[in-house]
Design a protein around this ligand. Structure first.
Ligand SMILES: NC(=O)C1=CN([C@@H]2O[C@H](COP(=O)(O)OP(=O)(O)OC[C@H]3O[C@@H](n4cnc5c(N)ncnc54)[C@H](O)[C@@H]3O)[C@@H](O)[C@H]2O)C=CC1
Ligand SMILES: O=C(O)C1=N[C@H](C(=O)O)C[C@H](O)C1
Length: 254
């Protein structure tokens, strides 16, 4: 049995992850963490408000769906306490990821930071990376629910990072273009543009639009329900038990 801690269990993703773990008889819910929890235990599973109280606790995996502002500290805490992190929380800097990978190696602990756990989103990123080799003009439009705290989404950033590996650099748009309203052209990443839409009713969606002479290519993925992320979280939990360092992106474990 793999013993799993879920941090952020009161939230949209954390609560969905609790159901997924409960429905897999090879996984055991070992502890739940959320500063907003009022319960001391739920169905015999201990509940903690503060991660510090989990130092020395016996568990294998730390699943994290919390907030960008705490995800780095939580992941570091997990590694320092022998829990293999499986982190969906977004907002890590490149430097933080590099540091956490080094820490995981020094501890010999597997781990995963995955900006998106949906298999369709992983495919969208891979297809986009392939297309960018032939279509260097690309704009990313990510669309999310209006409770999302970070912009652009972690998935959009990861998509842009992957595209950067195959795309020949170019600064897109007219050389003399002017924004008459600041931000009209979106965020810039390596010369390409990323646009963030926030609306009630949405869950998590992304389009990657390529343009070339006389043709266009649009790739799109939609998560209509948070259950779309759960097979990826389940794979992540199982795979981190078999590796000895943290990886960035679920594609490394598929
Ligand atoms: N990688 C992926 O596939 C996905 C990632 N996400 C990301 O997961 C994160 C959480 O998203 P939601 O569940 O929608 O947010 P949410 O706001 O519904 O839930 C976050 C929960 O974390 C709790 N929390 C805050 N600080 C904490 C701490 N220090 N320790 C433990 N719990 C803490 C909050 O009280 C809240 O219950 C976001 O960064 C989001 O972008 C969301 C969907 C899919
Ligand atoms: O906040 C969300 O909801 C999501 N966050 C992740 C991201 O920032 O990419 C993954 C997914 O898009 C849902």
């Amino acid at each position: 049995m793999t013993k799993v801690i879920i941090a952020g269990f009161k939230g949209r993703m954390g609560s969905t992850a609790v159901d997924m773990v409960k429905n897999d008889n090879t996984l055991e819910l070992a502890a739940l963490v959320d500063p907003f929890a009022t319960e001391k235990e739920i169905d015999g599973v201990p509940v903690f408000n503060d991660k510090a109280d989990l130092a020395g606790f016996a568990a294998d995996v730390w699943v994290d769906f919390t907030m960008p502002s705490v995800a780095y500290d939580n992941t570091k805490f997990a590694l320092e306490n022998g829990f293999r992190p499986v982190v969906g929380t977004t907002g890590f800097t490149e430097a933080q990821i590099t540091e956490l990978i080094a820490l995981s190696k020094s501890k010999g602990l597997g781990g995963l930071i995955a900006p998106n756990f949906a298999i369709g989103a992983i495919l969208l990123m891979e297809f986009s990376q392939k297309a960018a080799k032939y279509f260097p003009d690309v704009e990313i439009i990510e669309l999310h629910h209006d409770k999302k705290k970070d912009a652009p989404s972690g998935t959009a950033v990861k998509t842009a990072e992957l595209i950067k590996e195959t795309r020949t650099y170019k600064k897109q748009g007219a050389a003399d273009e002017v924004e008459t309203i600041a931000g009209a052209r979106g965020a810039e990443f390596d010369g390409m543009r990323i646009h963030s839409v926030r609306l009630p009713g949405l869950v998590a969606h992304q389009e990657v639009i390529f343009g070339a002479n006389g043709e266009g290519l649009t790739l799109r993925h939609d998560s209509y329900d948070r259950v779309s992320f759960m097979s990826g979280v389940n794979i992540g939990i199982k795979q981190v038990m078999t590796i000895t360092e943290l990886v960035y992106g679920l594609e490394h474990l598929l």
